[in-house]
Write a protein that binds this ligand. Structure first.
Ligand code: SF4
Length: 299
């Protein structure tokens, strides 16, 4: 018999650092375009797996000397290689037990027919196959999915925070018709204490300290600072008018836009992680503190 425990054990053996299971009723009230039940109306569970962003991938950015590790090993490889590997093999495991499993990678920036930005649909190259359905592709909000699977909470930064790694993980999902026991919604000690360092330390000023977004998920009120996704993207990639943050940029070139973690998640990941580690809130502990020297900041 396929149980939630068996699925979680296999996910962990395959390399998942975190795994939780959400029941689909927790998505009641979600916008049609973001409701996983439209992907498989017979699904019974959403398995959410998380892989940590190793702290050391941020070391070179912290020192101002090596940016590649985070954008490659802390970002692209997790979303494009490691999580899809686990999804594929976990899907096979579930389907070997006679249940269908739909892998949902965090790959919305490459393949979908719909492009999102600043919380809105920006481009849509598709249309619904019938009036009662959303247009393909339905977009699952991974942080909401992780919340529904009991893995932690959404911080003021809108980054998902877990008791294990704070802001350092990326998620992917499997939607299945296997009747797997859901995990309870996270009810542990509050992780985000509204210190606001994420907003203060963000070089791109992408997180509003004044405006917030409130949503109701699984009967709970969630709130985070309004995020300017375009400012965040420009801060990350160092493009106009943020090229001043890019220590590598000579001639602006389209080829460079995906290659540099310029801002290095200065507020939402580094400042937040440093704060949560200092507060002793994270289970993944290190011998040395992350910040060991005065932090650099480009003018
Ligand atoms: S930096 Fe502070 S306010 Fe921002 S998400 Fe982390 S704990 Fe919350």
């Amino acid at each position: 018999m396929l149980t939630a425990k068996k699925v979680k054990d296999v996910a962990r053996k395959l390399g998942a650092d975190l795994v939780g299971i959400a029941s689909l009723d927790r998505f009641e009230g979600a916008p049609k375009q973001m409701d996983p039940r439209y992907i498989n109306p017979d699904a019974k569970a959403l398995v959410v797996i998380g892989l940590r962003i190793p702290r050391g991938t941020l070391r070179g950015i912290e020192e101002g000397t090596y940016f590649l590790s985070y954008s490659s090993q802390g970002y692209g490889s997790i979303n494009m290689i490691y999580n899809p590997f686990i999804l594929y093999h976990l899907t096979r495991f579930i389907e070997d037990h006679g249940y269908e499993a739909t892998p949902i990678p965090n790959d919305y920036y490459n393949w979908p027919a719909i492009e999102y930005g600043n919380g809105k649909m920006k481009k849509n190259w598709s249309r619904p196959v019938s009036p009662d359905k959303p247009a393909p592709d339905v977009f699952i909000h991974f942080r909401i999915a992780a919340f529904c699977a009991g893995l932690g909470e959404i911080g003021y930064s809108k980054i998902f925070l877990t008791p294990e790694f704070g802001p350092r993980q990326r998620f992917a999902c499997i939607l299945t018709d296997a009747p797997l026991e859901p995990d309870p919604i996270y009810d542990g000690p509050k992780i985000c204490d509204r210190c606001m360092l994420c907003a203060k330390e963000c070089s791109a000023n992408a997180i509003s300290t004044k405006e917030t977004i409130k949503v109701k998920v699984a009967g709970r009120e969630l709130e985070w600072g309004k995020l300017d996704v375009e400012a965040c993207t420009k801060g990350f990639q160092g493009l106009k008018p943020y090229e001043k943050y890019n220590p590598f940029l000579g001639e602006p070139s389209p080829a460079i836009i995906y290659s540099r973690a310029i801002e290095g998640a200065r507020g939402c990941i580094r400042a937040c992680m440093i704060h949560l580690e200092k507060e002793g809130k994270l289970k993944n502990r290190f011998v040395q503190p992350f910040r060991r020297r005065k932090a650099w900041k480009m003018e």
